[in-house]
Design a protein around this ligand. Structure first.
Ligand SMILES: Cc1cc2nc3c(=O)[nH]c(=O)nc-3n(C[C@H](O)[C@H](O)[C@H](O)COP(=O)(O)OP(=O)(O)OC[C@H]3O[C@@H](n4cnc5c(N)ncnc54)[C@H](O)[C@@H]3O)c2cc1C
Length: 415
């Protein structure tokens, strides 16, 4: 075990844990957990807060074999929790399989991503957690248990914030591989967005609108359509991008996945960013908020009214849609949502001040935060918009009565 844990991916948070362990087997992990007063799992460190941290030991699962195994009959793949989506996707593609969706980057670990309700986009696409069919979890006594879709505890166990134990393996739904084309359009006017938001969000398998919420409107519209579906039929008054575009001004275009409408494998088009390159900006912060889909246009109007305050701190904002899932703590739990994402410059005090304004502006719509990003909403506000939060707390109290997997973040956000 080493004592220096270091920082998160963005360099914005330095973990305070007493040490970092990398067990080489599940048995070693079980022994470590059983002998620890406080312990939590660390994924690929792409969250922006103290969410993963503990005053005990942090555990990385990168020492466990990835053991990626497809069960063609069940339509699932079994994968170790510490594996990154990029590695899993490549193995699936080699065997002729695919996942239904991916986040904007393939660099994140599977267990860490689903623990925070990570999602991609698509009017009919659910969060990555919705693809989870089963989990193997090491509990506070070091016992290994399996939680399956359909079990009473399952809907509180996937988007878990790491509070239910350490996930060693997951089974995810897979489907036969497919190809996707990605088209980038420019110059989408606010009037068109406000009149036709749902048509635009449904114009492809996965649609993203990049904006600064200023008078320029939506500077870039990224539409990812499955190759077996018709390409974009309606241009919504936009123009085709003349060259490959990064959504952040000055961003390296080598880092983004193939554009221009040429069909390619799902894993090379659904994420915005390519493995092996720095995604997004790098030294940055992010926030993201979910509101029920019917409030999309009102939410956009509320955010446009803040554009001059938001602008100086903003690298870019992205509007996506996520279909409802069953997970109690998912941003899209029980409701179809629109997601408002913000990539900020790395100035945390200034960002936190602006984030409070955004939360107030979106409060009338029942705003929920992305658990892995920067937010200020407190336990009382969260209890209002996550109606299953009491069930989650009851499950945590039963599974982990001594709060072996507890931390300061959970103390702050749970009632
Ligand atoms: C550049 C960038 C782009 C992003 N794009 C998106 C996006 O498109 N969509 C989106 O929704 N989010 C996005 N995010 C946010 C990111 O997906 C989440 O923060 C995600 O949780 C990060 O996963 P991780 O493996 O880095 O987890 P970490 O940040 O390391 O940990 C997150 C949580 O998961 C828990 N955890 C990790 N491993 C385990 C385990 N084995 N068992 C139990 N709990 C575990 C940790 O304890 C912690 O509570 C992005 C982040 C960055 C930096």
């Amino acid at each position: 075990m080493t004592t220096t844990v270091g920082a998160n991916w963005a360099g914005s948070y330095h973990y305070r844990a007493a040490g970092l362990a990398r067990p080489a087997s599940v048995e070693e992990l079980q022994e470590l957990v059983a002998g620890s007063a406080h312990v939590r799992a660390l994924g690929s460190r792409h969250s922006f807060s103290d969410l993963a941290d503990t005053d005990g030991v942090l555990v990385e699962l990168t020492g466990l074999p990835s053991g990626i195994r497809v069960d063609a009959e069940a339509g699932t793949v079994s994968v170790a929790g510490g594996v990154r989506y990029g590695e899993l996707a490549e193995q699936l593609e080699r065997e002729g399989w695919a996942l239904a969706n991916l986040a904007s980057l393939p660099h994140i670990s599977v267990a860490g991503a689903v623990a925070t309700g990570t999602h991609g986009s698509g009017a009919h696409n659910r969060s990555l957690a919705a693809a989870v069919a089963a989990l193997d979890v090491v509990g506070p006594d070091g016992d290994l248990r399996r939680v399956r879709r359909g079990d009473a505890d399952f809907d509180g166990s996937v988007v878990s914030l790491g509070a239910m134990g350490i996930v060693t393996r997951l089974e995810l739904d897979v489907e036969p591989t497919y190809r996707v084309r990605q088209e980038v359009r420019t110059g989408l006017a606010w009037e068109v967005v406000e009149a036709r938001f749902h048509d635009i969000a449904g114009a492809g398998y996965s649609v993203s609108l990049f904006t600064r919420f200023d008078d320029e409107g939506v500077a870039q519209l990224w539409v990812k359509s499955r190759a077996d579906e018709p390409p974009l039929a309606d241009a919504f008054g936009t123009l085709a991008a003349g060259a490959t575009m990064h959504m952040i001004r000055g961003g390296a275009v080598e880092a983004v996945t193939g554009q221009g409408g040429e069909p390619g494998p799902w894993l090379d088009r659904l994420p915005h960013f390519r493995m092996g390159f720095t995604p997004s900006a790098g030294a940055e912060l992010q926030s993201e908020y979910f509101v029920p889909r019917e409030h999309a246009v009102a939410g956009i109007e509320a955010l446009r009214s803040l554009s001059s305050t938001i602008g100086p701190l903003l690298e870019v904002a992205e509007i996506r849609t996520v279909a409802a899932d069953e997970q109690w703590l998912s941003g899209a739990g029980g409701q179809d949502v629109v997601a408002f994402h913000f990539t900020w410059v790395r100035d945390e005090p200034a960002v936190r001040a602006v984030v409070r304004l955004i939360e107030s502006a979106l409060a009338p719509f029942g705003v929920r935060p992305h658990w892995g990003k920067v937010f200020e909403l407190d336990a009382a506000a969260l209890a209002e918009t996550f109606p299953r939060l009491p069930d989650f707390v009851a499950l945590r109290d039963r599974v982990d009565p001594d709060r072996v997997f507890g931390n300061a973040f959970l103390e702050r956000v749970l009632p």
